[in-house]
Design a protein. Sequence first.
Length: 221
Amino acid sequence: MDRLARDVPAEFRDGIVAIDVSPKTVPHPVRGDVYTLGECVPLDWTGGGASLQSRIVLYHGSFQALARLGELDWREEAWETLSHELRHHLEWRADAAALEAYDWAAEQNFARHDGQPFDPAFPRSGERIAAGVYKVDDDVFIERAPRAGRAPVELIWHGRRYRVPLPRGVRPPAFLTLEGLEEPPPGDAVLVVPRRFSLRDLLRRAAPPAQATVRVERLDG
């Protein structure tokens, strides 16, 4: 890794405080043959994108999982991943508004973990992985609404189909932490059940998001 880092031109390393290797395996939330190989993690900044400092992480466990699916040129894949994350760092620096939105989402997620009030729309300010799927730090949020009433929600996680029961007494907006997923993310996998807004919501105070932990049922064997 040190050799790869030395090959990066100095002007592209500006603001990169570390390039690390993590043992984590990070499965793609939707596609079963894809793993997240690296990530650019925004750190300190003073309100201007150009001041951003970032840490780049390559996930060794993801490289191993990908190698089990077929032949893998580790050095080439590592270089492509590092280059991609460096571009991501430069994009963060050029777009202070997106950086500020992500920073706010991270703060709201900390509040969720601590059991404090939080804005139920915050996942949408995180990194968009797929339609209705967002990532904030190590946590993945999947936004789905039940088709009717309190019917279970069906979703796909890393290429496999699951059914998620809705607990009794829990009403939208709800954040349901999922247990029983095969190849879960390093953090939480959370089903976000949004609330359907109406004109009456303009006249009354919104209920705080409900939180619960549920066990999923795999549907495809």
